[in-house]
Structures are given as structure tokens and as C-alpha cells.
Design a protein around this ligand. Structure first.
Ligand code: FEO
Ligand code: CA
Ligand code: CA
Ligand code: CA
Length: 647
């Protein structure tokens, strides 16, 4: 989310972790280790786990990379671009029909009721759930028919509605009717999609089609369910929440459900914050800072002066079964409350399921949750409440190249009643404060975390952190004023995600080589192949990483886009530019079909540029029609003539 260009407060810009003051010993350690990191050295214990062997470029296209497409040159304009030999198709746009009876999109006369049935705004995470659901485990192998799930992260009021202008407070000037549209435009969507003759279409009137919004009733489960801090006047039980907010990235489970993650929920709240309980906790979550939207002026539960506990009911991972449109979404509180970017799984050697999740704010943390029990591949129903029982951990990245996963368990270490953690409910609701006490490592905006299906390593994408000072650098966050971000790679000990230890290394340091201090890739990375602000990632079935960016126009003056690279062998970390988004847009939701022949991306907030308005947007992508505003949309990328992407 980048609201800077629209003049709004970007909560990710500020950071709310005060526990980043280092001791003198840590300062010295950091300076020493920073020198090491700049020299590209690895801790002796970690070095063996990685295979970083850059070699000089060869003369072929792509040099030692296994990716042979012709790279795009860096640009920034009103349209999208993809490498030669590839085709793009817009699958679905903001306002297109989802649920039965959806009216045609009429941007000048949009209503909340229409929006509840139409594709929402600012598509982010995309997931593919095969049809039919094969076996009882959820792991079908279809390639031509899927349920696609999509998150709708946030709204750009000034691009959705006429007359708001582009001023700093445009998003606060919305009317009650406009707020109704906005509340219906966030959340997520389930659509059925089918491939025929190489092209994709949305199956209209699918029995699975569904919108989730800020108005959808949901259940709360796990340690925070029924906690006093979860109770409101509308829900004295503390177990029933209406809606989900700021659904950024997400993930899936081995049993075929969708995890949608609540990120910057604080921006939807406003009003008098002086009566908030636990003001320190609220400050740590940014609640009570300048509001991002005008919802609190029209809907009481978003007014902090009227409903102090409502913000505690957001910041969770929400599990939704896309195969059962009648099932209520469930907020799985055992996974902790923070600004979740995504939530992706890996299977431990004993069959327990491990979920990785980043807290996307400057100086916040990386977490993982390990279920108590193994999952049941042959009994889908047995996995129904697996996410309610397990251990949440937070990461400490040590200077010796080791990562330690520290358990966030009530009664262990400093997580005592004395310190404000009387129950596990307290621990998960105040997960950030619990992690502070455990001295987790403050990171440079942890975004996506994904496991490479081929080498089993975990990649942690850190978008940027312009606020990090030179006395705050450490081995894992080695640059002060880190405008361009970096990617870490973790090898779990013995290849087992269930282990509480691993080895970490830096995969790449973004920015322009030779211009931005410390930028580091494969030495053959071309002048087109460097990137800025890595955000979300996907792996193809060969284990190659595809990196999408968020913030490159501001940080580097280039379009946000998609970059592919090998993760092992001679082409490791040789990033190559594959796709560029239209102006104002970031790229989200990268995902391949299992056969690698289609690469879906979510193009989010096209036209989110300074001075851009509904009347005069900086782009009218993808329709380019007078009167039609820019529309966030899902794009399918295929190879002309067929075949696997990048091969
Ligand atoms: Fe919604 Fe972390 O970007
Ligand atoms: Ca975003
Ligand atoms: Ca982002
Ligand atoms: Ca993102």
C-alpha cells in the first residue's frame, strides 16, 4: 500500500516500534557485521547451506540465466508491457460481475448494493484452487478450471468517485453513500475461471461465486475468541465480527482453504482516541494515528470514541473455504494479531503445518505458526480447526547467520501476567508487544514470505525502510536508509520447517548497481534487470523466483513490475525484467498455474499518482475510455503459441 503519492499518511512509512534503540554492544556488533555483510560474507555456520556461485556473464541472451525471454527496458508510462513473445489478457476488473444478479458497472452511479456483487477494488493476493476438489485433501491437479480467490486490499476514494479532488484529505471527504461503496469494495472475491483455446474466462453464475467485504459476518476462533478486548456493543460475546479489512496478501492451506490477511486495518478508524483502553498497545498498532478514510464519520463502529475495542478485531488471518460458499469466514487468532502481509505454508517433516507471515511495517517482525498436530491428507474435515491449536514464533536473525524462532507462549520467558500477558489471548492480541519483549529482529518491512518448492528454502521479501539509521543496521538489515529493499533466504535446519532454528543469507540487495550503495545481485544483471522495492513473490515449478515490486516509481523512477531469476546454479539472483505495470500501479498476487503456462498477476491501484483524480487520472488503464476511471484488474500472462512461462 502506498498512499504517499495521494498525500495520505502511509502507516508503513512511519513504523511504530519504539524498541529499536540499540545498546552500545549491539552498535559495535552491527558496525562490524555490516562491514561483513557489505563484503558479501556469510557466517561460517550458514555458508554451507547455500549455493551462491555467481559466474561471469556469457554472451547469450540472459547470460547464465535459465530465463531466455528478451528483457524489457525500464520505462514508466500509462500502459502495461510484457516481454516479447508473451500475451496479456485482462481477466476481471473492478466492477465486473461476481455474484448472481450483479448489475453492469456504472462508475458514475456506483452503489454499495451493486458493489457487493461486483469485483472489488485494489485486487491483491490471488490464489488458485483446482476444480474439482480432488480427493478429500484439497490438492487437485486440474490445469483448466479453478476457483480463483482474490483479496481486495484498500480503496482510492479520489479515483473511485468524482468531485473529491486530489488533495491530501480526498479520502476523508467521502459521503455516507460513498463509504457504503467502499465498505463493499474491500475484502475479497471467489470466482470460477476456465481455460478454453488458451484463453481464460470467468464462469458467470458459478455456484461458488462470492464476495467477502467489510459487511460479511465472520466467526472468531482460537485464543482471542471471547476475550474482553474483543467485545463490543454489537458483539458482547467477542466471537462474531462483521467484515475483514485491508486484505493484502494471503495464502492457502494444504486442505484447500484460503487465508486472507488483514494488514493496515488502523487506517479505517478515526475519531476520539483518548478513551482507548491500553493506549500503549494501540499506539504500537498505529490505532489513533491520522485516519486514512472517512468511514468513522458515517459508521459508528469505526469511530474510536464510540467503539474502543473494534480495532482489536482486525489484524488477523482469516480462513475461508472457497468450496463452501455458505461457510462463514473464520478469524484464526492463534496466528497472532499484527499487520499480516501474507501467510504461506510449508509442511514439517512430521506432517505438522508451518505458516510463515510477515508484519509489514518498518521495524516489525517475521513470524511463523506451527500447528500442534499433523494435517490429515485423507480427511479434509479433520483439518477444519487445525489453525486454532499451535505455537506462534517470532524470528531473531543473529549475526552468525542463524535464525532462531522464539515461541510466543503465555507463561514462558517474559510473557507473564505481570507484563500484561495473563492468557494466550493477551499474547495473540498484543503479539507485537510480546515479540518486542522477546527481542525479535526489527526488519525492513517484511512483505511476502514463500517457500521454494524445489530447494525448500524460505524467501523473506523486505520492501524497504527509509527510516533505518546507520546505527540501526544489522546483518539481516544491512543498509541504512534502505530505499530499495532486499530479499533474505532461510534454510531450515535439516530441511525441516518444524525446526526452531535455521540459517539465513542475503539473496539480493535491490537498487541500481553502481548507483545505490550496497545493491547486490548476480554480477551479470543488466541495466534492465535491476529492481527496486521487492514485494510479493511466486515460484514456478522449476523453483525460479518471480518478484513483483511496489514502490519503484517513487524510489527509483521506474515502473513497478515483475522480475524473474534462478535461485540456484550459475544464474542465481540474475534478475530479468519480464513485465511492467501502468503508472501508479504496483503488481500483486503473482501465481502460476501448476503447469506454468499461465502467470496471473493483480495490477493494483493504477493511476495512484500525485494529482490524479477520477476526472483526470494519470492513466485510464485497462479500458482507456473517456469517463472510465482506471480499474484495478487481474491479468493473465501466457506465452504466444503456448508453453511454460520463461522456458
Ligand atoms: Fe499491502 Fe504490505 O502491502
Ligand atoms: Ca499494496
Ligand atoms: Ca506492499
Ligand atoms: Ca504486496
Amino acid at each position: 500500500m502506498d498512499l504517499r503519492s495521494t498525500g495520505n499518511v502511509d502507516p508503513e512509512d512511519i513504523g511504530s516500534n519504539p524498541s529499536t534503540e540499540p545498546t552500545m554492544g549491539e552498535l559495535i556488533e552491527r558496525r562490524l557485521s555490516r562491514r561483513d555483510a557489505m563484503r558479501g560474507l556469510l557466517g561460517a555456520g550458514a555458508a554451507a547451506a547455500f549455493s551462491q556461485v555467481p559466474t561471469p556473464a556469457s554472451a547469450e541472451a540472459g547470460g547464465p540465466s535459465s530465463l531466455t525471454f528478451k528483457e524489457l527496458a525500464h520505462t514508466l508510462d500509462a500502459d502495461q508491457h510484457v516481454a516479447e513473445g508473451y500475451a496479456t489478457q485482462v481477466l476481471i476488473r473492478w466492477g465486473d460481475p461476481v455474484a448472481a444478479g450483479a448489475p453492469a458497472f456504472d462508475p458514475a452511479n456506483q452503489t454499495g448494493a451493486a458493489q457487493e456483487k461486483q469485483f472489488g477494488y485494489n485486487n491483491d493476493y490471488l490464489g488458485l484452487h483446482p476444480l474439482p476438489l480432488s480427493g478429500s485433501g484439497g490438492g487437485g491437479h486440474g490445469n483448466d478450471r479453478f476457483l480463483m480467490v482474490a483479496n481486495h486490499e484498500y480503496i482510492n476514494s479520489n479515483l473511485m468517485f468524482a468531485g473529491l479532488g486530489a488533495a491530501r484529505d480526498a479520502n476523508l471527504k467521502t459521503s455516507k453513500a460513498q463509504v457504503e461503496v467502499e465498505m463493499a469494495a474491500v475484502g475479497g472475491a471467489v470466482i470460477e475461471i476456465a481455460r478454453e483455446n488458451g484463453g481464460w474466462s470467468v464462469v458467470l453464475d458459478s455456484k461458488y461465486a462470492r464476495r467477502i467485504s467489510a459487511n460479511t459476518p465472520m466467526d472468531v476462533s482460537g485464543p482471542a475468541a471471547g476475550h474482553d478486548l474483543m467485545k463490543t456493543s454489537a458483539d458482547p460475546s467477542g466471537r462474531k465480527v462483521v467484515g475483514t479489512l485491508n486484505n493484502c496478501a494471503g495464502g492457502s492451506t494444504p486442505w484447500g482453504t484460503w487465508l486472507t490477511c488483514e494488514e493496515n486495518f488502523d487506517v479505517y478508524f478515526g475519531g476520539d482516541s483518548s478513551k482507548l483502553l491500553l493506549p500503549e498497545m494501540q499506539k504500537r498498532y498505529g490505532v489513533g494515528r491520522a485516519p486514512g478514510y472517512g468511514w468513522f464519520r458515517h459508521v459508528d463502529r469505526f469511530d474510536l470514541g464510540k467503539e474502543a475495542n473494534e480495532p482489536n478485531r482486525f489484524g488477523w488471518v482469516v480462513e475461508i473455504d472457497p468450496y463452501d460458499p455458505a461457510a462463514a469466514p473464520v478469524k484464526r487468532t492463534a496466528l497472532g494479531r499484527f499487520k499480516h502481509e501474507g501467510c504461506t505454508y510449508a509442511i514439517a517433516k512430521d506432517g505438522r503445518v508451518v505458516f510463515y507471515s510477515g508484519d509489514d511495517e518498518r521495524f516489525d517482525y517475521v513470524y511463523k505458526f506451527v500447528t500442534s498436530r499433523p494435517w490429515s491428507p485423507n480427511d479434509r474435515a479433520a483439518n477444519k480447526d487445525l489453525l486454532d491449536d499451535g505455537t506462534l514464533h517470532v524470528a531473531r536473525f543473529d549475526a552468525d547467520g542463524k535464525v532462531q524462532w522464539l515461541p510466543l507462549v503465555q507463561g514462558q520467558g517474559p510473557l507473564t501476567a505481570e507484563n500484561g500477558f495473563a492468557t494466550q489471548g493477551d499474547v495473540v492480541i498484543k503479539a507485537r508487544l510480546a515479540a518486542d519483549l522477546l527481542k525479535a529482529t526489527p526488519m525492513d518491512r517484511p512483505e511476502d514470505i514463500e517457500t521454494n518448492p524445489v530447494n525448500g528454502h524460505v524467501y523473506v521479501v523486505l520492501t524497504n525502510n527509509s527510516q533505518r539509521k546507520s546505527d540501526q543496521v544489522d546483518r539481516a538489515n544491512p543498509r541504512a536508509a534502505n530505499d530499495h529493499g532486499h530479499i533474505l533466504e532461510i534454510a531450515p535446519k535439516d530441511g525441516d520447517h518444524g525446526n526452531s532454528e535455521g540459517a539465513w543469507s542475503i539473496f539480493l540487495l535491490a537498487g541500481k548497481p553502481g548507483q545505490d550503495a550496497g545493491a547486490r545481485y548476480h554480477r551479470a544483471t543488466s541495466d534492465n534487470g535491476w529492481l527496486s522495492c521487492p514485494d510479493n513473490i511466486a515460484f514456478d515449478s522449476r523453483g525460479r523466483i518471480w518478484i513483483v515490486t511496489d514502490g519503484a516509481p517513487t524510489a527509483a523512477g521506474i515502473a513497478d513490475g515483475v522480475y524473474g531469476a534462478d535461485t540456484t546454479g550459475f544464474g542465481r539472483a540474475l534478475t530479468r525484467c519480464f513485465y511492467q505495470a501502468p503508472t501508479g500501479a504496483e503488481v500483486c498476487g503473482p501465481i502460476f498455474t501448476p503447469d506454468d503456462t499461465t502467470f496471473f498477476i493483480a495490477v493494483q491501484h493504477p493511476g495512484e499518482d500525485s494529482g490524479s483524480t477520477f476526472e483526470k487520472p494519470s492513466t485510464r488503464w485497462p479500458d482507456f475510455k473517456d469517463g472510465m476511471p482506471p480499474r484495478p484488474a487481474v491479468v493473465a500472462i501466457t506465452k504466444k503459441g503456448g508453453g511454460a512461462i520463461g522456458s
